[in-house]
Design a protein around this ligand. Structure first.
Ligand code: SAH
Length: 431
C-alpha cells in the first residue's frame, strides 16, 4: 500500500516539474513514507528522521515531508511538536497537503518564471492533484492498485484502522481507468490491494464485489496477470473462489492471514473465526482451485499466548502446509485494544523462539514442496535482473531465476526447473 502511495506521489511531483535523485543530499525535497504496524518499522523511521535532521542543518533549504501511517488521520500536530524540522505531514494515500505546501511556499517559482503562465501553473497543479496513481517508474512490470482504502475491522492488535481511517472502496470506473492506463504504459500485472480486499464493494451503492471487479479487469486487453491481497477468511465467498478458478489471468494464489491456530487466542485477537472455520476454508480453496498456493500471516507471542496455545498454531502450520508465512513477533501498538486491555507478557526471547520454531518447520515444508517442481516447465513473467540473472514469478507466485542473454523484461518465458530451494527455483529458459 505504501509502495502504491509513494509511486503516486512521485508521479504527481514529476507532473509539476520535479526530477528524482538517488542521493538524498542532492534533493530539494525528501518525503519519508512510513509504516508503524510494528515497533521495529517505527524505529527505522526515527533513524531516518535523525539523518534528515542533520541534512537539513547543512542545507536549510531542504524540505522534508512525512507521510503514511505514522502521521495517520490525526497525529500531525503532536509530530510537528516532536519533529519541528519536518515541514509537511500527509496521512496515508493523501498527498494534497504536500502539493498545497509547495504551491504556497513559492516552491514552484522556478516553474512560474520559466515556462508557465499563472493560469497554466494552476492547471498543472490541478493535474497533479487529480492524477491517478499511474506513475510508471523504472522498469516496473507489476503495478499496485489500491481498491479498498482504510479498515474498519477492529483486530485487537492492529493499529491500521486508527491510522488509515474507515474502510472505503474506490469506485469501479476509477480503478478500471487506472488499470487501462497502466497497461498502456507497459504494465503486465496488477496487484489489487486492500486490508480486507475481499470486502471490496460492501460500501458501494450498487454492491459491486471483488468477483465482479475481477471479471471486469480480466477483459482489459494486454493485461496478463491479476493478483489481490489481503483476504480475510470471513469474507472469502465461494463465488470469489470460483471466479479465481475460472479466469486465466487471475493468479491461483490466495493471501489469507490466520494470525493464530488456537481459538482462545483468535477470540482475544477478535478475528471473528475459529481454527476449524479456517481449516474448512483452506480445504474449500484447494477443492475449487486445485493447486492453489496459499500464503498466510502469523503473530507469535500475542498477550497471554501460552506454550500449548502456540503449539496449536505450530500444528496448524504443519497441517496446512502454506506456501509462505509472514511471521511477526507481537508488538504493542498505541491505542489498540490489546495495548489498553492486555498484558504483553510473553518475553521477547520466547517470541523469538516461537518464531524460529515456525520458521524451521516451514523451511522443511517448502523444501519438499518446491522439490516437487523439479523438472517441470513453468511460465515465468520476467520482472527484473539480479546479479546478471533474470527473475520473475509463476502464476502460483513462485520466484524463479534463470540465465539468458536476451532482453526479456516483461516477457513470459517458459522455464524448466532444474534446481529448487525453499524460497526460490532455478531453471533454463525454453523459448
Ligand atoms: N489486513 C490484514 C493485515 C495487515 S497488517 C489482515 O487481515 O490481518 C500485516 C500483518 O502485520 C498482519 O497480518 C499481522 O500478522 C502483522 N501485525 C499487525 N499488527 C501487529 C502487531 N501489533 N504486532 C505484530 N504483528 C502485527
Amino acid at each position: 500500500m505504501n509502495e502504491a502511495d509513494s509511486r503516486h506521489l512521485a508521479s504527481q511531483l514529476e507532473t509539476i516539474g520535479f526530477e528524482s535523485t538517488t542521493e538524498p543530499k542532492d534533493a530539494d525535497l525528501v518525503v519519508l513514507n512510513t509504516c508503524v504496524v510494528r515497533q521495529q518499522a517505527e524505529n527505522k523511521i526515527y533513524g531516518r528522521l535523525g539523518s534528515l535532521k542533520t541534512a537539513k542543518e547543512k542545507n536549510p533549504d531542504l524540505t522534508i515531508g512525512l507521510m503514511g501511517c505514522m502521521v495517520g488521520m490525526k497525529e500531525a500536530p503532536a509530530l510537528k511538536h516532536r519533529f519541528p524540522y519536518v515541514d509537511v505531514f500527509m496521512p496515508p494515500s493523501d498527498s494534497t497537503p504536500l502539493i498545497d505546501y509547495l504551491e504556497h511556499n513559492n516552491f514552484l517559482d522556478d516553474l512560474r518564471n520559466q515556462e508557465q503562465t499563472e493560469r497554466s501553473l494552476r492547471d498543472t497543479i490541478q493535474d497533479a492533484k487529480n492524477l491517478l496513481p499511474i506513475a510508471q517508474r523504472g522498469n516496473a512490470i507489476t503495478a499496485f492498485v489500491p481498491i479498498v482504502l482504510g479498515c474498519s475491522h477492529a483486530c485487537t492488535f492492529c493499529i491500521i484502522p486508527y491510522r488509515r481511517g474507515v474502510e472505503r472502496s474506490r469506485l469501479p470506473n476509477e480503478i478500471l481507468t487506472e488499470i487501462r492506463t497502466l497497461v498502456s504504459q507497459g504494465i503486465k500485472e496488477v496487484m489489487l490491494l486492500g486490508q480486507i480486499v475481499d470486502r471490496y464493494g460492501t460500501d458501494l451503492e450498487n454492491n459491486e464485489n471483488l468477483s465482479w471487479l475481477l471479471r471486469e479487469i480480466h477483459k482489459i486487453d494486454g493485461l496478463e496477470r491479476i493478483r489481490f491481497l489481503t483476504s480475510h477468511p470471513n469474507w472469502m465467498t465461494d463465488d470469489l473462489l470460483h471466479t479465481v478458478g475460472e479466469l486465466d489471468k487471475v493468479c491461483p494464489h490466495i493471501e489469507i492471514p490466520v494470525q493464530a491456530g488456537n481459538n482462545e487466542v483468535l477470540t482475544n485477537m477478535r478475528r471473528g473465526y475459529t481454527c476449524e472455520n479456517y481449516r474448512i476454508l483452506i480445504n474449500k480453496i484447494r477443492n475449487i482451485i486445485p493447486g492453489a498456493t496459499i500464503n498466510t500471516d502469523i503473530i507469535v507471542g500475542f498477550p497471554g499466548e501460552s506454550h500449548e496455545q502456540f503449539m496449536d498454531t505450530h500444528q496448524l502450520v504443519k497441517d496446512v502446509e502454506f506456501d509462505k508465512i509472514h511471521i511477526s513477533k507481537y508488538s504493542m501498538r498505541p491505542k489498540t485494544i490489546a495495548t489498553r486491555k492486555m498484558n504483553d507478557n510473553v518475553t521477547d526471547e520466547e517470541k523469538t523462539e516461537r518464531r524460529n520454531v515456525i520458521d524451521e518447520t516451514q523451511h522443511e515444508i517448502l523444501e519438499y514442496k518446491n522439490k516437487s517442481l523439479l523438472g517441470q516447465t513453468l511460465n515465468v513473467l520476467v520482472e527484473n535482473k539480479k546479479k546478471d540473472r533474470w527473475f520473475g514469478r509463476t502464476m502460483h507466485n513462485k520466484l524463479v531465476f534463470f540465465d539468458d542473454d536476451r532482453n526479456l523484461l516483461g516477457e513470459t518465458i517458459r522455464v524448466k526447473i532444474n534446481k529448487t530451494s525453499p524460497y526460490s527455483l532455478i531453471g533454463d529458459s525454453m523459448n
